[in-house]
Every structure is written in structure tokens, then in C-alpha cells.
Design a protein around this ligand. Structure first.
Ligand code: PGA
Length: 247
């Protein structure tokens, strides 16, 4: 049976001192989680996080990866560099990257391929804006975003993780209802089923104001296999409560 995955997305937060406190608190509270757990940290902190979590139940994640292997791409971090630091997961296509860095569906798909080529599991984010939801375009948007990834990664699509993150729920305190989230997850599952016989093994995470209070209900939905957690992953007790709700 596939294990659920709870991944923390620290975004652009943290410092050497606060990271150490947070990771140590997580390690103390983790003992034997029933699910996989990862923290996706800013790339400058990968070395620190790797040293703190080594041989623990916590996996290391990054928040972005270059679609290129190496060379004249100032500011970029390659998949081989991430691998060097023991990175297991990498978020690609987060809505903040799509919105503020104008990443296209094709670039997100190329980043997923780049990660996969180095044995890193991409956590591919998809999600609609409030305006798109209000005009009934949610399915169309998430299917278009996922289709681009399936298109160039079809042969190894069963190795990805997908995170459905409605943009209107990210960092807003407004969570998608369990019904809304499950409905989109079912659409994504059906799309993956058309692409691979192993679609049931692919973990579909929900993200968007997941917290200690709502995690249990969301994670009980049949097609919700974990969470991508922003704000609540920065507080050890909150993140540990979400992890405890995943089994
Ligand atoms: P949030 O962020 O939990 O703070 O809403 C989730 C995310 O953006 O991955």
C-alpha cells in the first residue's frame, strides 16, 4: 500500500538558527510516522538540513530545480546539485513560481523531467485561480497543467507526485472543502489512469491552508494521499499534528 506523504514547503523562510530549532523539534516528535515526511527548504539551507536530518525519518526536498543540466544559467540550481545534497523530492511548478516567475506549463514539465532524470521525485503543483474557479474552469486548468507533464514524462509518470493547490486557498486561511478537493483529485486520478496502469500508486497531495484542524478530514478522502503544507510546516507542533493525522 502506498504511504501518504506530508511535505512541508518552507517557501522563503528560515535562518540557520531557526531551522536548527525547527528540525530538531520535528525529529524529537517524529518517532515512527505512519507516512513519509519531507521538508522542502530554500536551496541555501540544503546542506544544513541534510546534516541535521541524516539517517532520520525525515526526507529532504527542494522548492525548484533547473530544467538544464549545467552551464551559463546564473542563479539556477541543477538536479545533480540537488542530488549531491541528498534531495529526494523537488517541488516544481508551484503557483508562486508560475505567477511571479512566469513559468509555463512546458517549463514545469521540463523541470519535472530534469528531476526524474536524476532520481528526484518531482512534486508537480497544479491549481486554479479564484477567477478560473468562478467561471467553471477548474478542471480545464488543472488538466491542462498536468497534461503538459504527462506529455513529456509519460514513460515514468507513475514516479511523480502531484499536488493540487487551489491558488485561492494558498496562504489565505481559506481551505478547499473536502468535497471540492476530492472532486479535483478524482479528476486528476482519472487523467493519470488514462496515462498509466499504475495511477493508483501516484500520490496526490492537497495544498492550501492545510492545518492541524482540517488535515484529518482532508486526508480521509479517497484520492487525497497527503499534503503540501506551507505556513503550518513552519511550526513544529502544527506540522507534527498534520503528520499524526496521516495514516
Ligand atoms: P499554505 O501554502 O499551506 O501556507 O497555504 C501551501 C503551499 O503553497 O504549498
Amino acid at each position: 500500500m502506498k504511504k501518504k506523504l506530508i511535505a512541508g514547503n518552507w517557501k522563503m523562510n528560515g535562518s540557520l538558527s531557526s531551522n536548527e530549532v525547527l528540525i530538531k523539534q520535528l525529529l524529537l516528535g517524529l518517532s515512527t510516522p505512519n507516512c513519509d515526511v519531507a521538508v522542502c527548504v530554500p536551496s541555501v539551507f540544503l546542506g544544513q538540513a541534510q546534516a541535521l536530518i541524516q539517517s532520520s525519518r525525515l526526507d529532504l526536498g527542494a522548492q525548484d530545480v533547473s530544467m538544464y543540466e549545467s552551464g551559463a544559467f546564473t542563479g539556477e540550481v541543477s538536479p545533480a546539485m540537488l542530488k549531491d545534497f541528498g534531495v529526494r523530492y523537488c517541488i516544481v511548478g508551484h503557483s508562486e513560481r508560475r505567477q511571479y516567475h512566469f513559468e509555463t506549463d512546458a517549463q514545469v514539465a521540463a523541470k519535472a523531467r530534469s528531476a526524474l532524470a536524476h532520481g528526484i521525485t518531482p512534486i508537480v503543483c497544479v491549481g486554479e485561480t479564484l477567477a478560473e474557479r468562478e467561471v467553471g474552469k477548474t478542471e480545464e486548468v488543472v488538466k491542462r497543467q498536468l497534461a503538459a507533464v504527462i506529455h513529456i514524462n509519460g514513460h515514468c509518470i507513475s514516479e511523480i507526485v502531484v499536488a493540487y493547490e487551489p491558488i485561492w486557498a494558498i496562504g489565505t486561511g481559506v481551505t478547499a472543502s473536502t468535497g471540492q478537493a476530492q472532486q479535483v483529485h478524482a479528476v486528476l486520478r482519472a487523467q493519470l489512469k488514462a496515462a498509466t496502469p499504475h495511477a493508483d500508486q501516484i500520490r496526490l497531495l492537497y495544498g492550501g491552508s492545510m492545518n492541524a484542524a482540517n488535515a484529518g478530514q482532508l486526508l480521509a478522502q479517497p484520492d487525497i494521499d497527503g499534503g503540501l503544507v506551507g505556513g503550518a510546516s513552519l511550526k513544529a507542533q502544527d506540522f507534527l499534528s498534520i503528520i499524526a493525522a496521516a495514516h
